[in-house]
Write a protein that binds this ligand. Structure first.
Ligand code: ATP
Ligand code: MG
Length: 259
């Protein structure tokens, strides 16, 4: 199956430090996948490589069948790739509406129409359209960041830990908004540490540990996978180190029982 996005064998490093190693996956048209992983697993690095912020040292990234290696970030945005960054990166002294408009700087003539569509999807933003972004709550700022990405009419929407730093009730609201985008047919990559929520929304999921996928599959199946619980609790490394030790104890026990 060829996907809308095809990532094949990419390696991304900071100097000598390899953050993503020989990673492959694809996202089909209309599909919503989640990438789950603890702090430092390489989630942001992976999204930045797809966005063109960081170069991939090996492998290839194809979008709609085309190798996007030669494309700069702006050209990737124009091609239909959008990222809602981890730190939201809003202009705090601009209004909500001006922040949204910045998301469509490549399609200025369509901005007014697109604004109406974004307000229809995220009605809370319409109420706040004239307010300075810097005076919004964390959850509202996250909504603006999502809205700004939608202004570019992306073919694929990448979200980097939208739940970070938000209260549970606000996280629920954000995920409701993401869920309605998904139902509307938006193709997406949702990066999260909140595995329970992410797997409720996604069709498929991947568990990223130290730059490699250690598990992948249908979201429903992954929910029962112990490696997901481990990543969700942020104990992925401990799980991996503990596993052989645990089996050695069991083996040892079997030996003593048998002799
Ligand atoms: N600018 C950088 N220079 C050097 N190393 C970096 C840089 N950014 C990230 N790293 C390293 O790369 C690895 C992956 O980092 P990354 O930010 O992709 O993780 P993450 O999964 O997004 O984590 P988090 O959940 O904390 O956002 C980590 O070991 C991190 O220390
Ligand atoms: Mg990150």
């Amino acid at each position: 199956m060829t996907g809308l996005l095809e990532v094949r064998g990419i390696t991304v490093a900071y100097g000598e430090a390899v953050a993503i190693e020989d990673l492959s996956f694809h996202v089909g048209q209309g599909e919503f996948v989640t990438i789950i992983g603890a702090n430092g697993a390489g989630k942001t690095t992976l999204l930045n490589a797809i966005m063109g912020v960081l170069p991939a040292r090996t492998g290839s990234i194809h979008f709609e069948g085309k190798d996007i290696a030669p494309l700069q970030v702006e050209e990737r945005v124009a091609a239909g790739i959008a990222l809602v960054p981890e730190r939201r990166e809003l202009f705090s002294e601009l209004s909500v509406e001006d922040n949204l408009r910045l998301g469509s700087y490549l399609r200025r003539n369509a901005a007014a129409e697109r604004l109406d569509q974004v307000y229809a999807i995220l009605p809370k933003l319409a109420e706040r359209r004239a307010q300075f972004a810097g005076t919004l709550s964390g959850g509202e700022q996250q909504m603006v960041a999502v809205g700004r990405a939608l202004m570019a009419q992306p073919r694929i929407l990448m979200l980097d830990e939208p739940s970070t730093g938000l209260a549970p009730k606000i996280i629920e609201e954000i995920f409701e908004a993401i869920g309605s985008l998904k139902k509307g047919g938006v193709t997406g990559i949702l990066v999260e540490q909140n595995a329970a929520l992410a797997l409720e929304i996604a069709d498929r999921g991947f568990v990223l540990e130290v730059g490699s996928f250690v598990a992948s599959g249908a979201a429903a199946e992954l929910r029962d996978d112990p490696r997901v619980t481990a990543a969700y609790l942020g104990t992925g490394d401990r799980y991996r180190e503990a596993a052989p030790a645990a089996s050695a104890i069991v083996e040892g026990k079997d030996h003593s029982n048998g002799s």
